[in-house]
Design a protein around this ligand. Structure first.
Ligand code: SAH
Length: 349
């Protein structure tokens, strides 16, 4: 029997080419994709406006199997809950996605790679040995699977799970097309955030999607940033500053600068002052992320989270300079679902 491909891996153009090659209409591709993504009907025989013969071709060539939920951990408080999923892919590799369901917003933190090549010193995903890119179908499947699990639509997507999304550009773009198309998954671009460690040369490639961009800054000087993030040797701070200062200020699409606060390394008030000198409140907002660390973390053994008062002073300094600042005490921290803690192995123990 012929190996069937996952329909979720097909872009609109690829499915159009398939339809044309089988002597059906190009527009059939969008009809099929509307069933799959908008109505989340995965059974080809239930697609009532598709001809029997095309359904036959789809059945012969494609499957719509979702990956499997291999485990989940859950945490709630009065405002909502977070749930971390361990997902087993077709080749038995595992990834993690975290659902953060607060104030009627269902934000899914998706993975884009297994492991990560970027080597950031504070991130546990970087410590994984084996790795590969996720296919666009595997990225999209995280949304389909979890939306099916909670029986509700995912309203926001952040690429802040495992991996560096801009290091997997082709699949990222395919997945963004399907996510943001208002006839498919219909997630508005302003509700999608692509977070990068700073592969600045790749940002142009996703500009047309108009989704939000977050850059992981994590230091206010090049020496510290290069120590924490090897990518800084290729794209140092001044490149980030130039890129941001050349952007037209748009209230709704300000770039977010993520800043992981690490005790004694980048949390001094002088670091905040340097940030204030470098950036303008009209162009960026800050997202401070106090370091997350699993209890048994070997990888991050020399790094600590700063005291609450230090985090607060840092925040107040930026606020007083006119910046919008949020502090992300990762919701899923106690279940190792916080940023940088996605190693897809915690649920095995
Ligand atoms: N590769 C992308 C997205 C994944 S990480 C990026 O670098 O942006 C998402 C965010 O989590 C990044 O801002 C990263 O700096 C932060 N992060 C990584 N490890 C962390 C940790 N141990 N504690 C807190 N935040 C962490």
């Amino acid at each position: 029997m012929k190996n069937k491909e996952s329909l979720f891996d097909k872009s609109q153009q690829e499915l159009e080419e398939f339809c044309i090659s089988k002597e059906f209409k190009k527009y059939n591709a969008r009809q099929i994709m509307r069933w799959v993504y908008f109505y989340q009907t995965f059974d080809f025989t239930k697609m009532t406006d598709i001809s029997k013969s095309l359904i036959g071709e789809l059945l012969n060539n494609f499957h719509t199997n979702l990956p499997e939920i291999a485990g989940a951990t859950y945490e709630e408080d009065i405002n909502g809950y977070s749930k971390k999923y361990l997902i087993r892919l077709a080749d038995d590799m595992t990834i993690e996605s975290v659902l953060i369901n607060y104030n009627n917003r269902k934000t899914l933190c998706v993975s884009s790679q297994i492991g990560c090549k970027m080597g950031c010193a504070f991130c546990e995903t970087a410590g994984l040995e084996r790795g590969r890119n996720l296919s666009s179908g595997e990225i999209i499947s995280q949304i389909l699977l979890i939306s099916k699990d909670i029986k509700e639509k995912i309203t926001n997507v952040v690429f802040m799970g495992m991996g560096e999304p801009l290091d997997n550009m082709i699949e990222l773009k395919k997945s963004l097309n399907i996510m943001s198309d208002n006839k498919f998954l219909a997630i508005a671009p302003r509700k999608i955030t692509v977070s990068t460690c700073g592969l600045l040369d790749k940002l142009n490639d996703i500009e047309k999607f108009k989704c939000k961009i977050a850059i992981s800054l994590n230091a206010s000087d090049d020496i510290t940033r290069s120590r924490l993030m090897p990518v800084n040797k290729k794209f140092p701070l001044k490149n980030i500053v130039n890129l941001i200062n050349l952007q037209k200020p748009t209230v709704h699409n300000k770039i977010t600068l993520e800043y992981v606060l690490i005790k004694g390394i980048n949390d001094n008030i002088s670091n905040a002052k340097e940030l204030i000198k470098m950036f303008s409140p009209s162009k960026v907002k800050f997202n401070l992320i106090p370091l997350n660390k699993g209890e048994d973390s070997i990888f991050l053994k020399n790094l600590e989270r700063p005291e609450g008062s230090v985090i607060n002073d840092f925040k107040v300094k930026l606020l007083k300079a006119g910046f919008t600042v949020t502090t992300r005490f990762s919701k899923a921290q106690s279940i190792n679902g916080g940023c940088g803690q996605l190693t897809a192995k915690t649920l095995y123990s």
